[in-house]
Design a binder for this molecule. Structure first.
Ligand SMILES: [Ca+2]
Length: 528
């Protein structure tokens, strides 16, 4: 059967051929690869924490937050020091994890539903505000390989017809269009979670559901995607934990970064830690820990004013390391050396090919051909390097936290950031200057040219949507620093300001060809 056929057509044809069997079984017949060697297949527990910063764990340097279970996890597996989210905000990173593709390629480049800046210097592209059905997610690929699948927690990749059930998850508990829960305490006001009791806490409840799923599927291979809503705002923790951290001595500030001192945030992290501890115990009790891979990571950097990312610069929504560098721990019993560390830069597009390789599942050939990630298996087994020049980011948006449209590339120790408004560049040597304090762009023009070329080539390769000159640019109405406050008489002021900009930004520049709008069907934007 041709692999060029759309996958739903293929499934239907095979389904017809074998009569009453479901599309799931049909997929399995086509896509399952025989597992190497004997023995049961690996299970996967993928724990994704929302907005957890790079230093927010004991094993990552926090002197205030307590995470004994996650620290134990790190001792059982490999901790990656230079792991990155594919975006500085949530939805794009989530899409990259589930598809193995860069947000730029998916054209899903901002948190859904995004942030309007109608008078900014650049107008953002018409990006995709849901995960298109055409993408073969990790859940779909694993399901075709015989896996039971569940998404328990935050989805934030589209509502209604674009939920987890439409992307290969047998079970969806808690996932919808939203990026944060109305409340961490029952009633959560999340339609797919019912039957709570007063005082019940969301992180605990999602863990209850995860335990149930593991128990039910203990004898099958399973993929549990557990994207906790924590530790995203609203910052709400259990009272006894808040009290505990209120009584705890505050650590000293590190560098010039904000310090870890918020008792409620600390309580939220401790609840996440308890969740991890419970899952580890459940796997042990069921005697399946030895064949269960655990991945623990975050979707973007820590949110400033609530936590600190020092020694990294800035936080969530920024192009600097605080925006995208995240904790990553992988436990793979029998393959990963316990307590090992890896400093190779890795990024969230890598999980897709890594997990498929570990599972012995080939997935969809057509989809895989467009996957950007690299399998981390050689790094995990410490058997070799991964072949890759560089890793990339593309964020053609403004963020309330202050981020401007930018692209970035990291190759070896160097990172180049290009700001699309004026094509200004910053170059850092992360090995010597983790805090990105010394911009080397003027000192090292050759390095700037080398990385700039890589970034250009990559933007073209993934057909990135670039921001364009905004004809409505109005620095006053955009609230730019140094401009007057927004006018009381909009009409008058607007007229003045329209004449004001001296140098309109270069047109989108990088790729020669005009960019096509997103080809996917337009779904009405999900409301936050
Ligand atoms: Ca997030």
């Amino acid at each position: 059967m041709s692999n060029n056929l759309p996958r739903f057509v293929r499934a239907a044809l095979v389904g017809l051929a074998i009569g009453a069997l479901t599309a799931l079984a049909a997929g399995r017949a086509e896509a399952a690869a025989p597992a190497k060697g004997a023995g049961p297949k690996l299970n996967f527990v993928f724990v994704l924490i929302d907005d957890l910063g790079w230093t927010d764990l004991g094993c990552c340097g926090s002197k205030f937050y307590e995470t004994p279970n996650i620290d134990r996890l790190a001792k059982q597996g490999m901790r990656f020091t230079d792991a990155y989210a594919a975006c500085c905000v949530c939805s794009p990173t989530r899409a990259s994890i589930l598809t193995g593709k860069y947000p730029a390629r998916l054209r899903l480049t901002d948190w859904i539903a995004g942030h309007e800046r109608p008078f900014a210097k650049l107008s953002v592209p018409d990006w995709t505000k849901f995960l298109p059905h055409e993408e073969v997610t990790l859940a779909e690929a694993l399901k075709q390989g015989g896996y039971a699948t569940a998404a328990i927690g935050k989805w934030h990749l589209g509502g209604k017809n674009f939920g987890p059930e439409s992307q290969g998850f047998d079970v969806n508990i808690g996932g919808d269009h939203r990026g944060q829960p109305p409340s961490y305490f029952w009633p959560y006001q999340i339609p797919s979670i019912s039957g709570g009791v007063t005082g019940e806490y969301l992180t605990d409840r999602l863990t209850d559901e995860a335990e149930k799923f593991i128990e039910t599927n203990r004898d099958k291979p399973f993929f549990l995607y557990l994207p906790h809503y924590a530790v995203h705002t609203p910052i709400q923790a259990k009272q006894e934990l808040i009290e505990k951290y209120r009584r705890k001595d505050k650590p000293e500030a590190i560098d010039d970064g904000p310090i870890h001192e918020n008792p409620s945030y600390a309580g939220m992290i401790e609840s996440v830690d308890q969740s991890v501890g419970r899952l580890m115990k459940k796997l042990d009790d069921l005697k399946i820990a030895d064949r269960t891979v655990i991945v623990f990571t975050s979707d973007n950097g820590g949110l400033l004013r609530i936590t600190g990312n020092a020694p990294l610069r800035a936080g969530k929504g920024s192009p600097w390391e605080g925006g995208t560098r995240v904790p990553l721990i992988v436990v793979w019993p029998g393959a990963v050396k316990p307590g090992s560390e890896c400093s190779t830069p890795v990024i969230s597009v890598d999980f897709y090919p890594t997990i498929l390789e570990m599972a012995g599942v080939k997935g969809d050939r057509q989809h895989n051909a467009a996957v950007d990630g690299k399998s981390l298996v050689p790094l995990l087994r410490q058997s070799g390097a991964i072949k890759r020049d560089a890793i990339y980011w593309h964020y053609p948006h403004y963020h309330p936290g202050g981020a401007m449209p930018y692209g970035a590339v990291r190759k070896g120790d160097y990172k180049l950031i290009e700001f699309y408004e004026d094509r200004r560049v910053e170059l850092y040597n992360l090995k010597k200057d983790l805090g990105e304090k010394e911009n080397l762009a003027e000192k090292m023009p050759k390095k700037v040219a080398e990385l700039g070329k890589l970034l250009d080539q990559w933007l073209e390769k993934v057909d990135a949507q670039l921001p364009e000159e905004n004809p409505d640019f109005n620095p006053v109405r955009d609230g730019r620093p140094g401009t007057k406050p927004p006018p009381k008489e909009p009409a008058e002021e607007q007229k003045e300001a329209v004449e004001e900009p001296k140098k309109p930004p270069e047109p989108k520049t990088r790729a020669e060809e005009p960019k096509k709008p997103a080809e996917e069907a337009k779904e009405p934007a999900a409301k936050e």
